[in-house]
Design a protein around this ligand. Structure first.
Ligand code: PEP
Length: 262
């Protein structure tokens, strides 16, 4: 069994979705940074929309303790793909991470594991760390299919990757029924799935890779409910949607993460 006592520095990712103009992004970053100091005890990533990435990068400055992520990426580096953005374009804008396979991309824009797999590979090839989202629908949970859905998504999206590749991949377990609903999973539900994700990585690759991987929980995380998630050594941080849009609530979440494992 995987060594789950390896306690990671927590990673808190704020997914802004289709919110904030470039000007609003700069205002957010200034406000957020005034509320909270840098700390070696947690990693922080913000994922603004594509249009706000250049001004966000500028506002953060070259050696910021806050990293930048995109919310999506195309798998080709360039070409006739109207409306798409490539990994080299994101790298040049200062992105270090990219969210891949978010349930809104899967559910609203028809993304399938096959394209998600290509996106993960493209991200890795061009030096971006993928934050791969997986999670079951309510119907799938009620049919006791959570583990098989999540491990199928993982298997398809990570096929052929090396342990070296996996060292820069983060998994976000985001049950679809918990996203934007105000109905977060219980810590127990999240821990159970996180354990099966880690076991899946251990079985498919190896134990050190599984132990080293950060697995985040996402779905209606707020300043009020994050503590019990981070209290478990199976949960290495959070992917936050709604509660990351307000500088005060995102700063509170980050502060809890900074202090809880300090
Ligand atoms: C998300 O979109 O990844 C998310 C977790 O959203 P929320 O926190 O609003 O549920």
């Amino acid at each position: 069994m995987t060594n789950e006592t390896l306690v990671h520095r927590p990673l808190i990712v704020g997914n802004w979705k289709m919110n904030k103009t470039a000007t609003e992004a700069v205002a957010f970053i200034r406000d957020f940074r005034n509320r909270i100091p840098a700390s070696p005890h947690a990693d922080v990533v913000i994922a603004p929309p594509f249009t706000a990435l250049p001004s966000a990068c500028n506002a953060l400055g070259p050696s910021s303790w806050i990293s930048l992520s995109a919310q999506n990426v195309h798998w080709e580096p360039y070409g006739a793909f109207t409306g798409e953005i490539s990994a080299p374009m994101l790298r040049e804008l200062g992105c270090r991470y990219v969210i891949v396979g978010h349930s809104e991309r899967r559910g609203l824009f028809g993304e399938r594991d096959e394209t998600i797999h290509k996106k993960v590979r493209a991200a890795l090839k061009h030096g971006l760390s993928p934050i791969l989202c997986v999670g079951e629908s309510l119907e799938e949970r009620e049919a006791s299919r959570t583990e098989s859905v999540v491990t199928t998504q993982l298997g398809n999206s990570l096929a052929g990757l090396t342990t070296q590749d996996l060292a820069t991949v983060t998994i976000a377990y985001e049950p679809v029924w918990a996203i934007g609903t105000g109905r977060a999973a219980t810590t127990e539900q999240a821990v159970t799935v996180h354990r099966s994700i880690r076991l899946f990585i251990e079985t498919g690759w190896d134990s050190p890779t599984a132990s080293a991987m950060r697995i985040l929980y996402g779905g209606s995380v707020t300043p009020q409910n994050i503590e019990p998630f981070l209290a478990s050594d199976a949960i290495d941080g959070a992917l936050v949607g709604g509660a990351c849009l307000d500088p005060d609530s995102f700063a509170t979440i980050v502060r809890i993460a900074q202090t809880q494992r300090a």
